[in-house]
Write a protein that binds this ligand. Structure first.
Ligand SMILES: *Cc1c(COP(=O)(O)O)cnc(C)c1O
Length: 345
């Protein structure tokens, strides 16, 4: 059975062009610096985000944690939003790998107040009790589906610069953010010293993320990547798919965004649903369904060939991607209406 899968954009299958590129990839031992396909990907990735160098890593989590590990000393404090991916969905890795303390602050849907960030910065040499702030992390697009305004990133970056603290951007979905803002990705990455972005997710590569930054940062990170077990030998097969992802899949993300907005509009016509259409900025649609036993919906949908996740904190999240068409969305809406009328009986 062919399923429509709207659980996430991480579920995307590679395109035929990626499969062909992987089959034909020229590879070598990347730990010996001998994989031409990985090198090509790293040069291209750095260019796209306007940084001196880039590094291929196994996952987004790996890339974020490697960046924290490279920027910080043990015992440093990292300032970040309390709803960001690094805090919520990375298994507490920053305390295990980098040995840092996360200083979380409350944000307004992912937007941190620059004044609040400034007030949390600490200098270890000022007080025997204080850790030093080693890093500030931003996330754009945010995993809540919203895009952080450039002005906010700029203000926080300026505060960081004044205090000689680097800024890392979790840009897992940077190209969704640049698509929404209708700007070149460099307009966003000018406000960070390092960035991680995913080749998987909406770009459909099977595996892999990139870390980019200054040449010296990437050199340091490369050694730490080895320490973390991320020296990946003939991973040029994966880089080949990553190159197709960056060359061919970035410029079509607006289709996923249009489909998400279309889905949101159709959902908003259903009385049992509450949804804030202003929150649909990229490919994610969050909503609540005001019925008992919402969990039943998951198995009903699966029977109808649609994979959805159960609600998290009461909220459903439907995610569009390359493999989900507008017709699929009509079918999803119809299935939901059928389910609701069945429940009403
Ligand atoms: C998915 C995601 C990551 C982690 O990527 P994985 O490849 O799943 O480890 C990091 N940050 C954000 C914002 C994400 O959405």
């Amino acid at each position: 059975m062919k399923y429509i899968d709207i659980r996430s954009d991480t579920v995307t299958q590679p395109t035929q062009e990626m499969r062909d590129a992987m089959y034909n990839a020229v590879v070598g031992d990347d730990v010996y610096d001998e994989d031409p396909t990985i090198k090509k990907l790293e040069v291209y990735a750095a260019e796209i985000v306007g940084k001196e160098a880039a590094l291929f890593v196994p996952s987004g989590t790996f890339g974020n944690q490697l960046s924290i590990f490279t920027h910080c000393e043990r015992g440093n404090e990292v300032i970040l939003d309390d709803s960001c991916h690094i805090v919520i969905h990375e298994v507490g890795a920053s305390s295990v790998i980098a040995g840092v303390q996360l200083r979380t602050i409350k944000s307004d849907k992912g937007i941190m107040s620059p004044q609040e960030v400034r007030s949390k910065i600490r200098k270890g040499e000022e007080d025997i009790h204080f850790p030093s702030t080693g890093l500030i992390c931003l996330e754009n697009a945010h995993s809540n589906g919203r895009v952080i305004p450039l002005e906010n990133m700029k203000e926080i970056h300026e505060i960081a610069k004044e205090n000689k603290i680097p800024v890392h951007l979790d840009g897992a979905r940077i190209f969704n953010a640049s698509t929404y803002l209708k700007v070149d990705p460099k307009e966003i990455t000018q406000y960070c010293d390092s960035i991680m972005f995913c080749l998987s997710k909406g770009l459909c590569a099977p595996v892999g993320s990139m870390v980019a930054g200054s040449k010296s940062f990437i050199e340091k990170a490369k050694k730490k990547r080895k320490l973390m077990g991320g020296g990946m030998r003939q991973a040029g097969f994966l880089a080949a798919a990553g190159l197709v992802a960056l060359e061919k899949m970035r410029d079509r993300l607006h289709e996923d965004h249009e489909n998400a907005r279309y889905m949101g509009k159709e959902l908003s016509k259903i009385p049992e649903i509450s949804i804030n259409l202003d929150d649909i900025q990229i490919n994610m649609v969050f909503f609540t369904l005001n019925i008992d036993n919402v969990e039943e919906m998951v198995s009903y949908f699966l029977d109808k060939g649609i994979k959805i996740n159960p609600p998290e904190n009461g909220m459903f999240r439907f995610v569009t991607n390359y493999w989900v068409t507008k017709r699929d969305i009509d079918y999803i809406i119809k299935t939901l209406k059928d389910f609701l009328s069945l429940k009403a009986r």
